[in-house]
Design a protein around this ligand. Sequence first.
Ligand SMILES: Nc1nc2c(ncn2[C@@H]2O[C@H](COP(=O)(O)OP(=O)(O)OP(=O)(O)O)[C@@H](O)[C@H]2O)c(=O)[nH]1
Ligand SMILES: [Mg+2]
Length: 354
Amino acid sequence: MKAAIIGLPKSGKSTLFTAITGKAVDPYAPPEPRQTVVHVPDERLAYLAELHKPSKVIEATIDIVDVPGCSLDDPKGQEEWRRFLPVVRQADMLIVVVRDFENDAVPAYHDRIDAKGDFDAMWDEIIFADLDTVTTRVERIEAQLKKPTKTHDTEKRELALLQRCQEALESSEPLSTVIAHEDERRAVSSFAFLTEKPLVCIRNISDEEASSAEGIQAEHTKASLALSASIEAEIALLDPADRAVFLEDLGLESPARDRLVKACYAAGGLISFLTVGSDEVRAWSIPAGTTAVEAAGKVHTDFARGFIRAETVAFADLLEHKDIKGAKAAGKVRKEGKTYIVEDGDLLNILSSA
Ligand SMILES: Nc1nc2c(ncn2[C@@H]2O[C@H](COP(=O)(O)OP(=O)(O)OP(=O)(O)O)[C@@H](O)[C@H]2O)c(=O)[nH]1
Ligand SMILES: [Mg+2]
């Protein structure tokens, strides 16, 4: 699971990245994408670790990449944006940061503070990136269809789908509204369209607004959040013991990193399942709707191949009956087959012949 932070220049992306990593970003470093791994906080792991005393506790993770902003209305900026696009396409999710803070020392893009307007400008670029890909491909297939090849049927099918994509993009609609079926998704997966990816919008607000503000209501966002990247970065750079007091003073329940992870989980429709053993207690993130055999494959490809069944217990049932033994005695441990849809907080013990 990878999320890319994108946005107009100086909207506070790298400041947010600092808030996530707790490490200052060198302001003189060349503008290149940088990546970090964020652990998904999960209190259930602490309980399981207490029970099983494993040698390792492993949280689920999300990779987050900070992409430099580009001035999209000058040719040099456009060229840079195109250079960074492959990195953005590799991500499963987009985090768009828009500026809504006053800071005289930092000139605002186009000399205005207009969060919704900036979001719309960014949305246009996202749409345009996909439209560019689609148009190039449509032209190539049309040329191909003029040649006497034997693959015309497949090409015509792809063309029809891409023309529907083109129409949607031309009216600023994301491709997630066009590509609904699994076979369509497979047919276009190599393009890694941006408007198929879930989008989280971050409104980067002024310091004094920190706790009460809301995210911007923009169409096509799956989740939105308001935060002050500079305050959050300052807090993240403090000694861990001092952070809680500052967060509480600001009326914040948790640091930006945890709120962002939650928003990513919500936007991506992600859930976590858990595995326990004497060596490790671990959380794994999966999209909601994942089957038991797919979840087994996430743990180990062999487990999916040799899948027999998954002994399953919901974490809430385990908690109620203290441990797996107690849950078993209460009849809460189920035997589930390949097609079982895994729920958030399921503990899975996968039995496999492999
Ligand atoms: N007052 C205030 N200043 C901020 C905030 N977030 C960022 N800044 C300042 O805005 C400037 C730009 O922030 P960055 O985080 O580097 O912005 P960016 O989006 O990464 O910029 P590019 O990568 O160049 O596009 C820095 O001087 C930050 O200190 C904020 O929430 N409040
Ligand atoms: Mg930056």
